[in-house]
Design a protein around this ligand. Structure first.
Ligand code: PLP
Length: 398
């Protein structure tokens, strides 16, 4: 009897962000006072009107299967939001609702990739992209974008990575882990390349509401009809509405891609939770005041954490413009000795911080930058201050 397991599955790395959050939780359960900068989710409760819509859905008996790719009500709410917020025209047959943004991305790559197709992923990147691409049979091609250019790809650098096998580009604005946002001009230049060289843009706009710069989030698909044709827009309610546990993500794409994604989903998971879908309708159609309130709180913390980190010795960060992460350059710390042992990478720093200072941070080798840490500021200002006091104490020992 064969005993070997899937080679494809064995190559998948488990998520290091989930591991660090789990470690922080385990230490807390043992009574330790841990400050966790690991969170990839808002610390606010889901707004009251959204919770109420879910209760109402349960009482109204919305507890059965829905169409596999989502309810008509939610697809209509998504189309309205795409039109009004993103300037994108999609019909309901171009929308697929999935079990969170991660699942949407999985469906996208399963629908568009053939074995050996290349997907360009600018680094730093959200750690799941390469794994999702590989699982769908594609080859991630990493385009490293350094600190000196704000960790953003330029159209020129992107051009250098295009080959006849390029099938898609991953674009993530606002960005996890850097908080960088792309301007309209930058996006137009990138979009024009996708049209000229005929590849898809998988535009992950999960953090579109968490935007602190002048102006407003720009969706690349809105910049020309040709770019729209090449773009698959991915978003969801997880981050914007503090709904990470509800698991609702969605895409806008061509009818053909939407239909393929719908078929895949119909066999793999069927519909996303009926109650979560009803709640997501309220999130998108209901008042948006709570989004503004959460943003104001994130913005205050953002300014504080950025200023404070840059005042610490040996570490620095570019000011994030969106999302809720600070991407911290620790390259000056590497090579220093702590308790007689050389610090080789950000993972060593993260290990010291959690063991000796009870501070959880995410080392970013899995995000494409082994000398950087990611600090989430989706925690209270008091916790941020306490965590940074402890980091300062550590840095002063070096
Ligand atoms: N895209 C980015 C850039 C993310 O950071 C995340 C979650 O951390 C997702 C997508 C997935 O979101 P969801 O929780 O809806 O699966």
């Amino acid at each position: 009897m064969p005993t070997t397991l899937s080679e494809k599955a064995k190559k998948v790395k488990s998520s290091s962000t989930l591991a660090i959050t789990a470690k922080a939780k385990a230490l807390r359960a043992q009574g330790e006072d841990v400050v966790s900068f690991g969170a990839g989710e808002p610390d606010f409760p889901t707004p009251e009107n959204i919770r109420a819509a879910a209760h109402k859905a349960i009482d109204a008996g919305m507890t059965r299967y829905t169409p596999a790719s989502g309810t008509v009500e939610l697809k209509e709410a998504i189309c309205k939001k795409f039109k009004e917020f993103n300037g994108l025209d999609y019909q309901t047959n171009q929308i697929v609702v999935s079990n969170g943004g991660k699942h949407s991305l999985t469906n996208v790559f399963e629908a568009i990739l053939n074995p050996g197709d290349e997907v360009i992923i600018p680094a730093p990147f959200w750690l799941s992209y390469p794994e999702i691409v590989r699982l769908a049979g594609g080859e991630p091609v990493i385009l490293t974008c350094g600190k000196e250019i704000g960790y953003k790809m330029t159209a020129e650098a992107l051009k250098g990575k295009i080959t006849p096998k390029t099938k898609a580009l991953v674009l993530n604005t606002p960005n996890n882990p850097t908080g960088a946002i792309y301007t309209k001009d930058e996006l137009k230049a990138i979009g024009d390349l996708a049209v000229a060289y005929d590849f898809y843009i998988v535009s992950d706009e999960m953090y579109e509401n968490l935007f602190y710069a002048e102006g407003k989030h720009v969706s690349i698909g809105s910049l020309s009809p040709e770019i729209y044709e090449k773009t698959i827009t991915v978003s969801g309610v997880s981050k914007s509405y503090a709904m990470t546990g509800w698991r609702i993500g969605y895409t806008g794409s061509s009818k053909e891609i939407a239909s393929l994604m719908g078929s895949i989903q119909s066999h793999q998971t069927s519909n996303p939770c009926s109650i979560s879908q009803a709640a997501a309708v309220e999130a998108l159609n209901g008042g948006q005041e709570t989004v503004a309130e959460m943003n104001a709180a994130f913005n205050e913390r953002r300014q504080y954490i950025h200023g404070r980190v840059n005042s610490l010795p040996m570490i620095s960060a570019v000011e994030p413009q969106g999302a809720f992460y600070l991407f911290v350059d620790c390259s000056e710390v590497l090579g220093k000795k702590y308790k007689g042992k050389e610090i080789k990478d950000a993972a060593d720093i993260a290990a010291i911080l959690i063991e000796d200072y009870k501070v959880a941070v995410v080392p970013c080798a899995d995000f494409g930058f082994a000398d950087h840490l990611r600090l989430s500021y989706a925690i209270s200002k008091e916790e941020i201050a306490k965590g940074l006091d402890r980091m300062e104490e550590f840095l002063k020992t070096l």
